[in-house]
Each structure stands twice: as C-alpha cells, then as structure tokens.
Design a protein. Structure first.
Length: 298
C-alpha cells in the first residue's frame, strides 16, 4: 500500500445501526472490526452495552471487546495501546481495519488527533474535589475546559474529577493534530432525531426482555459494587439504583431512556465537529460500500 496505514472509521450515536453496517462492510472487503466503545471493553457488560453477539458477528473477527474486568478502571491510554496493536495485527494479515464505535474521545486518541494528557493522578486535588458536589464539579469543568465539558458525562464523578485534574494541570485537554498515525476514511451513520429516539426506546425495551436486569443482578452478585456500577454510567448507573431499591423498574427504564437520548446528542456534538466525516443513513449501505471501494482504488 505504501505510506500510512489505511483504516476505516464508522462513527455515530448509540442505537443507530453501526454494528450491522460494519459487519456487512467487513464481509465485503475482507475487514476486521476494532470496537471503539468505552464500556464494551469490559467482560460481562453485554446486554447493557448492546455488545455484538457471536452470532451477529457472522464470522467477522472483532477486537477490543472483553479486554478488561469491570471492577478495574480501563483507561483511554490502555485502549489506544491495545487498539493500535490490533490494527497492526489486522494489517499484517492483509486485512482491512474497521474501527467502529461511539466513544469519540477514544477514536480521536487512537488516530492521534487528540493527545492523551500525560497527567499523573494528584492526591491533593482529588482530596479537595471529593468534598465538592456534582454541580460544583460541573461548574469548575465548564469554566476550565468548556469543550471537554460538552462531551463528558456530567453525572460521572470519576470522569469529572479526572477532567478537572487534567485541566488544572495543563490548562485544558490538549489538541495535537500533528501526530496523525493513519490514513482514515471517516464514515458517519446518522438518523433523524425522532427515528433515533424510537430506535433507542425499542432497543432498550428489547434489552430489558433479553435479560438486562438479570445481567445486573449477576454482576452485582459477582462483586461489582453499586458504586462501581454508578461509575460505569448509563445502563449500569440506573440498574444499580433499581437493584438498590431507590427506583422502580418502570422508573428505571423511563429515566434511562431519557439519559440515553441525551448521550446520543452528546455523541453527535462530538462527531459533528469533525468535518472529515461523510454522513450516511443506515439504509445507504450500498453507497457506503461504493465510497469505500472508490477510496481503496484511488
């Protein structure tokens, strides 16, 4: 191929249909998939994260799923290291790396457009921030680094504290565009807001039927604390509240659905800043394939 390693990135919000489309594409072009999802890296977080099943994979190899224990915190830096190794392995086999996911921060770090901050945890800062309310943490982050505040889960204490720690140390999360590692074809999958909201709702109800609550009970029984479930965000945050008895099953589903919709909006905010992304609807699979084939023959 010469020059930089070519990779395809398929980005977009949760529930939009990235998985199905990426598998179709991988089969057509001899590709392998590298997941870019900050929660699907954890073993056992399957139904809640909408992790692709062995059957759905249709024989297409997937990487960066189930690489960490949910009790341990898996960092963006660890993700980048493992994902770059996976991409190198895929390329060495003469196949095409397709990075698929909704965690924009991981994708940008992976390809080198966001430099991961080399900031060690600071005990003093953490001690001081431990005494602050969520609201105070949010205000401080918005003041220090409004861009990171746009994309972060504002209910996740751990991430807020880490972002503040970095912002205080470095001014803000640094952007370095000079480190680009790959020749990237960016594809984005999107749907009109109402249609995406319907898909989010239907998907959540289907997961509830498929054993979402049982999965959470099992994880907790295996030693995943409610506190850690809160940190894992979205589904597991609301499941932990349901299991702890603070909300009913219906309340949990209703509140979670609202939260997933907000999350999808944050994902789109992140990806919309990237002007290189070519946007398609899931129905335009043939157009996506044409675009990819054209790029590889160029």
């Amino acid at each position: 191929m010469g020059g930089m390693q070519k990779i395809i990135i398929i980005a977009g919000p949760t529930a939009v249909g990235k998985t199905a489309l990426s598998i179709e594409l991988a089969k057509a072009i001899q590709g392998e998939i590298v997941s870019a999802d900050s929660r699907q890296v954890y073993r056992g977080l399957d139904i809640g994260t909408g992790k692709v099943t062995a059957e759905e994979m249709q024989g297409v190899p997937h990487h960066l799923l189930d690489v960490a224990e949910p009790k341990e915190i898996f960092s963006a830096a660890e993700y980048v290291e493992k994902a770059r190794a996976a991409i190198a392995g895929i390329a060495a086999r003469g196949r095409i790396p397709i990075v698929v996911g909704g965690t924009g921060f991981y994708i940008d770090a992976l390809i080198g457009t966001t430099k991961l901050p080399d900031v060690a945890p600071d005990k003093n800062i953490r001690k001081e921030l431990a005494g602050k309310s969520l609201g105070e943490l949010r205000e401080e982050l918005e003041r220090l680094d409004p861009e990171r505040a746009q994309a972060i889960d504002m209910k996740n204490r751990v991430r807020l504290v880490r972002a503040i720690e970095i912002a205080r140390t470095l001014g803000k999360v640094p952007k370095l565009a000079s480190e680009k590692r790959y020749d990237v074809l960016w594809l984005g999958i999107t749907l009109p807001k109402e249609e995406l909201a319907e898909k989010i709702s239907a998907r959540l109800r289907a997961r509830a039927e498929a054993g979402l609550f049982e999965e959470a009970e099992r994880l907790h029984a295996e030693g995943l604390s409610y506190e850690r479930m809160e940190e894992l965000g979205l589904e597991y945050r609301y499941l932990s509240r349901y299991l702890a008895g603070t909300i009913t099953r219906e309340e949990m589903l209703r509140e979670l659905e609202t939260e997933i919709r907000k999350y999808a909006k944050r994902q789109m905010t992140w990806f919309k800043r990237n002007k290189e992304i070519l946007w398609f609807s899931p129905r335009q699979a043939p157009d996506v394939l044409q675009r990819v084939l054209k790029w590889f023959s160029a």
